[in-house]
Design a protein around this ligand. Sequence first.
Ligand SMILES: NC(=O)c1ccc[n+]([C@@H]2O[C@H](COP(=O)([O-])OP(=O)(O)OC[C@H]3O[C@@H](n4cnc5c(N)ncnc54)[C@H](OP(=O)(O)O)[C@@H]3O)[C@@H](O)[C@H]2O)c1
Length: 255
Amino acid sequence: MTISSPILKDKVAVVTGASRGIGRAIAEAFAREGAAVVICGRRQETLDQVAAEIGAGPGTVHPVACHVGRADQIQHLVESTNRQFGKIDILVNNAATNIAQEPVLQIDEGKFDKMVEVNLKSAFRLIQAIAPGMCERGWGSIVNIASISGVRPQYHGMLYSMTKAALIMMTQSYALELGPRGVRVNAIAPGMIQTVLSEYYWKDDAKRAKVLEDQPIKHLGQPDEIAEMALLLASERGSYITGQTMIVDGGRLLP
Ligand SMILES: NC(=O)c1ccc[n+]([C@@H]2O[C@H](COP(=O)([O-])OP(=O)(O)OC[C@H]3O[C@@H](n4cnc5c(N)ncnc54)[C@H](OP(=O)(O)O)[C@@H]3O)[C@@H](O)[C@H]2O)c1
């Protein structure tokens, strides 16, 4: 019998928005595969609890509070990670919000700015701070969590869709320039995944039935089904993949 070694052994990863949902599942998968994983969210106590629940081995989990809409907190996240581990090999831009689920003509500039700051500028700031070190070492993998709403417009979700569409183009642009320097950049576009963010669509029986009617795979997507894709992209197993947006939606966009 062959026992394969963990595929992220000796890798250092930063996963934003990892206190619950998809980010947490990604952090768990990375730790299972041997990485040192720095998890971030806005509340230190929540992160401490998550780190304790995930536990150690073969990788390790390190909680650092960071509001990704704040430049100073991003700087602290990156500096403290580099100080502790000496490098960052993998970045997952997962944290996002959706504060404007409303008709387009009601959207105000404050919400526009906030959605751009949290969902989009955060990824830009983190990549600008982390990718130079990846380029110097000649290895890095960046995974941006977009959405199928960035591929097709979401009704009453203009700002969310817009930030996710821009994240997909940001992914392609970074991939083009950083590929020759050993850094791959990809996105994942999840469909409906059963988390707090999407509970409006699945808690109610009628809405959940409609979601399932619209997709060929007849279960609600689970965070670990996104985590497995993130693992592929983050690890050397995805060595020939860059600039892509992997749609993981139970076939929802097919019809
Ligand atoms: N669920 C879906 O159906 C679905 C579909 C497509 C795409 N996505 C995308 O998948 C990603 C994860 O979503 P999810 O469904 O797992 O959402 P979730 O369950 O609401 O989790 C969001 C995570 O982001 C953190 N977060 C929120 N605002 C933050 C901020 N300003 N700074 C730092 N952390 C912040 C939250 O932690 P704190 O509240 O503790 O800060 C939490 O850990 C998002 O990019 C989302 O757009 C989700």
